[in-house]
Structure formats: C-alpha cells, structure tokens
Design a protein around this ligand. Structure first.
Ligand code: PAF
Length: 281
C-alpha cells in the first residue's frame, strides 16, 4: 500500500494503474475510520481494481464554532485498517497542499444545502462540495463510494456530479448499524451507556414512519409529530429536525410518494446524531 501526501504523487500512481488497464475507485474520508468506512472500501474494491482512500480533515466544512483541532486523527490506526482492507493508495495531504495561500474558488449548490444539516451548518456543504470536487480532480476516479448515513451529503454530491458533468459513477452504500439498530458514527463513542440506549429512539422514529406510511397512512404531518414525540420522550434526547422528503431534492412532502426518505437529527446529551431511512411504497 502506498501512502502519499502530494497531488503529483497521487496523479503518478493513478496514471500507472490506469495505463495498466485498471479501473480507479475512490473513498473520500476524514479519517477516524470505523466499520462504516470499511464497508465503503469493500464495496469500492468490488467495483474497481485500484482503490484510493483519501484522509483529509477538511477545514472548509467546519464552522468557526466547530472545533476543527479536536477532530480525531488516529493516522496509524487508520493506515493499519487500510492495509488490512487491501487499499492500494492512501492520500493524506496537509492543508496547504489543498488550500494554498490565496485559495478563493468554491463550489456551491443553490438549493439542497439550505435545509436540514445545512440549516444548522450554513457553510458546511460548500466546503464538502469544494473538497469533493478537488479530490475528484486529483484522483480522477471512475467510481466513488459514499455512505447513505450522510444522506444530504450524498444527495448533494450526486446532484453536483450530474450538474457539472463529472465523469465519475457515484455509489451510495447502505448505512452500517449495530445489532440493535444504532447507525455507526464516529460520534457514538461520546455516548454514555444510558445516552446510547436513548439514542436508539432515532432509528425507532424512522421505523415508526416507515410502518405507518407502508400501512397506508397519508397524514405526513401527524407522522412527523409522532416521530418527534417518540424521540423527545426519551431521556437526554432533544430532536433538531424530523423530515419526510423527496429523496433527490430533499423538499418536504405533503403526501406519501412511492420513493421517499425519512431523516432525523437530535442531540443526545451533548452529542448530535443523524439518521435516515429510505421508504418505498
Ligand atoms: O463524509 C466525509 O467524511 C466528508 O464530508 C468528505 C466526503 C470526506 C468530505 O470531506
């Protein structure tokens, strides 16, 4: 496995692989890799011959109130996991390599970033769209894998790739859950045992929506209220939002449609968690 820090080293390694007829796969991450990330690598491995995993804690997707310096950076552990998963190349650039002095070009979407997570983190998705564009330009992958867990992020990336004619296939991989349903997240380690029990209410509220919609209920307003109340009834949980939306635009729906998505966010103690479930009729 090669570990490189510069854009030119990535380009050189990828060019050699491509000249050898290999299909290039990319898994962009911010490191602190867990089983959710490794399932993206596994999926990417099946769809490509040369897997590039990027580890970069992207400063432009953090707001001034979010503590960028506290973001975990267990690089040696991450590299061990990559080796075990047969990653071919890990790209670990420093900030000045990707944001040199004088950097002033950003990628911004008009509509998708303004709601849900974007309403809480106004500049977050501009940072995500910009860094993902840069990583695609550097790696030039044939295929890139993202998790469904960050539903709004993958919606925005799929839209951006279509809008800007980027020649990359986007694969969205299912959320990896603990046995009891809790979605894997690097933030779960911050939950106490009792907070963790209460955190199960996020998935429970999504399942409640699925059951009621699939059993024919059409009053989405009543279902949103029930989802909110279920979460709020658990100790330590304060819901941030509850959404029943179009899966591509994330516009809120008035009535059920054959393919839709339920999304929730809540604070559990001091930890903010998100989850979602695609609902098919
Ligand atoms: O999902 C993440 O880890 C990040 O938002 C991403 C896509 C790697 C961009 O920094």
């Amino acid at each position: 496995m090669q570990v490189v820090k510069t854009v030119s080293d990535v380009r050189e390694a990828v060019a050699i692989a491509r000249d050898g007829g290999e299909r290039i796969g990319c898994v962009p991450t911010m490191g602190a890799l867990h089983a959710g990330h490794m399932s993206l690598v596994e999926d990417c491995r099946e769809r490509s011959d040369f897997v590039v995993l990027t580890i970069f804690v992207n400063p432009t997707q953090f707001s001034p109130t979010e503590d960028l310096s506290k973001y975990p950076r267990p690089l040696e552990d991450d590299l061990a996991k990559c080796r075990e998963a047969d990653v071919d190349l890990v790209f670990t650039p420093e900030v000045p390599m990707l944001y040199p002095q004088g950097f002033e070009t950003y990628v911004e979407l008009q509509h998708i970033p303004n709601r849900l997570e974007g309403a809480h983190r106004p500049t977050h998705f501009r940072g995500v769209a910009t860094i993902v564009t840069k990583l695609f330009n550097i790696v030039q992958p044939d295929v890139a894998c993202f998790g469904q867990k960050d539903y709004q992020q993958q919606t925005l990336i799929r839209r951006m790739v279509r809008d800007l004619d980027m020649p990359v296939e986007i694969v969205v991989c299912p959320t990896v859950r603990e046995r009891d349903g809790l979605a894997l997240s690097s933030r779960n380690v911050y939950l106490s045992e009792s907070e963790r029990r209460s955190a199960l209410s996020l998935y429970a509220s999504l399942q409640l929506a699925q059951e009621r919609i699939q059993s024919g209920e059409t009053d989405l307003h009543a279902i949103r209220t029930a989802m909110h109340d279920l979460m709020a009834s658990r100790e330590y949980v304060s819901p941030d939002y509850v959404s029943l939306a179009d899966p591509n635009t994330l516009d809120e729906l008035d009535t059920p449609v054959p393919h839709m998505v339920a999304l929730v966010a809540a604070r559990v103690g001091k930890t903010r968690l998100i989850d979602n479930l695609v609902i098919e009729l």
